[in-house]
Design a protein around this ligand. Structure first.
Ligand code: CO
Length: 426
């Protein structure tokens, strides 16, 4: 559990999350590949590659021929506020605020009255190069102040948060022009004029924590989806070798529809499966047909104050195990459900079922988006959590370990499909 908390604390942005996992892969002897270079991929090799600094793929090639790909996909981003290019807003009075826009479908209220640092990456001009550089302004830099209840008598009666007006963070009073850029440059270790591009987001400085009378809950920023990202990653690293290629995928921009070069609607995953097949002289179609995708993105636990929002018979609880998600916007079907359920039984991991209440649309995730480019047997799963898309979410202490357990078994398995018969084993 402590290593999940450490990972969350060291990952104030998606770029940090990817960099942290890259560090672990390097330490475990994985070779870094670059998309623009023709580096060899050979039997027995272990590799990873990133795209845009916010998406990551890692894979291992078996020593002998392989059957297919055992893939997990989760997402690195979470809803937040993106800082605009010319961010400093002067006034009213001597106030200096930062201009931001909503990134994803967040709950607005939890962002108010909290100290907010800034994290992400910047592009820095160094000689003839432009280099990516991680940035974390490790300071209580900003706050989005609430309006006093005396001036907003509707504050507790369904208040409408307008991003342009109500969600603008305050940075200071009477500051010199360029103070924000100067703070970012200092954190990046460069001069303000060397920053040519930015991908900066608000985040929390609040550390991840375990709480409750019997320490049953974990709360942190970004649990959706870094908890699944972490659980799948640990399973990927721990798995035994098999006749499959285990592929770990962490993709960006799920919260804004995945339609970017780093997202599930982009070609990152399929490009590299093709590359692996080509490097090892394999036909793509049978390799994909004998592959399985676990799309891992957090699920809704039944809410203590609002159990009625959940569907009868589909009420996952925290610390109750991995959740299989069913519905028209999910990729799960009877076959993938059966295969994943059998896997959980073998791994001794409890399984729960989620389906939207029939009059609610619910959310969607990576599975069906990814399948429109790369079609293969896919199950949508997640870990049960409360307050999804709050900036401080809550989950159970036991469930990450359940995910690691089942993904360790998954990644060490071989999947085959022949005329309506499925095989999953070692
Ligand atoms: Co998610």
């Amino acid at each position: 559990m402590q290593d999940l908390l450490n990972f969350l604390d060291r990952s104030p942005s998606r770029y940090h999350a990817v960099a942290n996992l890259c560090g672990e892969l390097e330490a475990a002897g994985y070779v870094r590949l670059y998309e623009g270079q023709c580096q060899p991929i050979v039997p027995g090799g272990k590799y990873f590659v990133t795209r845009g600094g916010s998406a990551l793929l890692a894979f291992r090639i078996p020593r002998a021929d392989f059957t297919g790909f055992m893939i997990s996909a989760s997402h690195s981003d979470s809803p937040t506020f993106r800082i605009k290019e010319n961010a400093e807003l002067e006034g009213p009075e001597t106030y200096v605020r930062l201009n931001t826009e909503r990134y994803g479908g967040m709950l607005c209220a939890p962002w108010l009255d909290r100290p907010l640092p800034v994290a992400g990456q910047v592009m820095v001009k160094q000689g003839d190069d432009i280099q990516e550089r991680l940035v974390y302004v490790d300071k209580d830099l900003l706050m989005i102040p609430n309006v006093a209840v005396h001036m907003n008598r509707d504050a507790n009666n369904g208040f409408k948060y307008d991003a342009k007006c109500n969600m603008v963070p305050l940075m200071g009073m009477g500051l010199e022009k360029g103070a924000f850029r100067a703070a970012v440059a200092q954190a990046a270790g460069c001069r303000p004029e060397e920053i040519l591009g930015t991908d900066l987001y608000l985040c929390l400085r609040q550390k991840a924590l375990v709480w409750g009378a019997e320490d049953q809950f974990v709360s942190a920023q970004g649990l959706d989806d870094l908890q699944c990202a972490w659980g799948c990653f640990k399973g990927f690293l721990a798995a035994a070798d098999s006749a499959s290629v285990p592929v770990y995928a962490l993709l960006d921009n799920e919260e804004i529809g995945s339609g970017t070069m780093q997202g599930a609607a982009g070609t990152f995953l399929v490009d590299w499966l093709d590359r692996i097949c080509a490097a090892l002289g394999r036909d793509r179609l049978p390799a994909i047909a004998n592959s399985f995708l676990v799309s891992a993105d957090n699920a809704h636990a039944v809410h203590p104050n609002h159990p009625e929002y959940h569907d009868a018979g589909h009420r996952p609880v925290m610390n109750g195990g991995v959740v299989i998600k069913h519905g028209v916007r999910y990729a799960t079907d009877g076959a993938s459900q059966a295969i994943f359920t059998a896997l959980c039984r073998k791994a001794d991991v409890p399984v729960q079922q989620f389906s939207n209440r029939s009059d609610m649309a619910g959310g969607s995730t990576l599975g069906n988006i990814s399948n429109s480019h790369l079609s293969l047997n896919t199950v949508d799963i997640g870990l049960p959590q409360l307050a999804m898309h709050s900036c401080f979410e809550t989950t159970g202490v036991k469930d990450t370990q359940y995910l690691i357990q089942v993904m360790t078994l998954f990644y060490g398995s071989v999947f085959r499909e022949e005329a309506g018969r499925f095989f999953l084993g070692e």
